[in-house]
Design a protein around this ligand. Sequence first.
Ligand code: GCW
Length: 717
Amino acid sequence: MRPFSLFLCILFLFIPRISLGENNDLLWLGYHRISDERTLEQYRNTVSAWMIEGDSETLRVAGEELQRGLDGLLGTSVPRVNRITRNGTVVAGTPGHSERIASMGLKKRLETLGEEGYLIVSDSIDNKKVLVIAANRDIGVLYGVFHLLRMMQTCRDIGRIELENSPETDIRVLNHWDNLDRTVERGYAGFSLWDWHRLPGYISPVYREYARMNASVGINGTVLNNVNANALILTPRYLKKVAALADVFRPYGIRVYLSARFSAPVETGNLKTADPLDEEVRAWWNDKAGEIYRYIPDFGGFLVKANSEGQPGPQDYGRTHADGANMLADALDPHGGIVMWRAFVYDNRVPEDRAKQAYNEFVPLDGHFRDNVLVQVKNGPIDFQPREPFHPLFGAMPQTPLMMEFQITQEYLGFATHLVYLGTLFKECLDADTYARGKGSTVARVIDGSLENKKISGMAGVANTGNDRNWTGHPFGQANWFCFGRLAWDPYLDAGDIAEEWIRMTFGNRNDMVYIIKNMMMASREIAVHYMTPLGLHHIMAEGHHYGPGPWVSSGRPDWTSVYYHQADSEGIGFDRTRSGSNALEQYHPPVRDLYENPETCPEEYLLWFHHLPWDFTMSSGKTLWEELCYRYYRGAENVVWLRNEWEKTKEWVDRERFEQVRMLLKIQEKEADWWRNACVLYFQSVSGKPIPEGLEPPEHDLSYYENLRFHYVPGH
Ligand code: GCW
């Protein structure tokens, strides 16, 4: 060996073996050794061995997870045992497969926990202290394992555990807007995770990791393809690929669903019509369902976008959304499948405020859907804006299970470039009181079915994943995926607590670091609202790709322009949705309606959503509306500088790779926040004719500069 090569070899031996990007890849399941020695000591005394009783694929992965988690967190190999000979053995299983667990007198408690629930209790068996994870089904055991590991990852006391847990909703799904060519509509983290070309022969290890991550936060389903659907997904060639994915996901309790294109019988079945009342069409869907279940015996069902933004649907044949949904529901019902029918419908040929149209279409259909149909409603009445009031359909369809649709991918919140924690956005909606059945009728209670005693319930999140090595593009995008899962499982959790869990699991448990990052996350959404759409403004982004501001957009389909939504002129600004305007407020129950109807009592964050007001309207701060608008834009942009400064403080604690990534992204975010502020303030000034208040730094360029910016190949479009 040449001396230089020898030197390189020796050098290599001394280089620490960290693979680049490893922390990013592992997401929140890095299981790094507990750094606090006292906690470590306590954990090592409490957990010294583990056993899983019974045998199934799910129990096998639960065992693998325990092994991986405990070894990592405790920094030592924790043995699997089959007898309890020492204190600190974790015993996991179901009474069905474990006599030990069956004899523990947990039956009554387990009865209330359903198929997916579990309990974790400290107990003793044969005079030895044990930690028992018990569930009715294997999947509950896996969820219990993840719960115990999460407690350890977040340094919780595990000395004496006594807890029961089960999900509040039944269907907890990601919606992938992934196309068959691997592009992702509104995706900002690379290409689709699904390698359709090489499936089913090649099973990427990513699929299993994806399932693990989802299971760790309680997600139990995935809709693989875009709601703007390609009918090919329902053909045998693709069903084989779908089946291969379903096989990988199954042990983790993840069911596969598909977006169905309503016109598939015409496009791939050679029928002349897709009319849902036509016998041949109905027979085609029945056969299709049978075929799908031959490939995927536990197939979940269909998600459908119909008669929306150009997609085909039952209205093409003079039928209703219920006719369409019920036809598919009938086809799936014998196999146990469900239909998630989207309420995101609006039509520019309908001379009505877009915000009112879904309610107008769907409320009359309440009570007309089959039992296995859920109507999937976006959180707000327009479209995933930085801030929207809750959708009035929540609380208006007592006989229909309504599923929540949140958007995890940040289409309107800075793509995968801006640090925006969505926990606060999700919670704002879930906690909102619809007053449908008097005070306390929160959106969360509509969604989990408890308000009207629904038999089925669910929550969907439009995924932010892609084949970027960190899965979500922005390292903090991971928190939004995590948070969605936690809230789908339990919509009553606190956004701050979830943020804190994620930080601890992802970056470690140093309290000073956790404190800083949590504050950043908790403030981040409001900051973005300020520099993008303060005071209830909405839908003023650039056309089509939605990258950056576009308050001037005024040509083309009116309900796709900005001027339609902000209605700014020399007199004032805002969309009048009170009685004197579109009266969208009539769709809300009286206490909400009355509160919002009056600009003096309407929360300022929704002011311009519901009111058109003069520029000199006096705000609670004493400033005029014009001044307040300007101040908010400036405050939003300034606060991004604050975010950057806060992040700098974490430098010594966060690993270098992620620290640098976030640092670079925050720099871009700062520039883009300034861009939003400048473009919007200048544009609104051009209509209000008012001066930018003194003390606020004048924008760098003039309005025409911002209006003329053009971008090519914007992602996600
Ligand atoms: O938010 C809008 C998006 C479209 C999307 C549509 C929908 C999948 O701009 O890209 O289409 O909503 O939710 O159907």
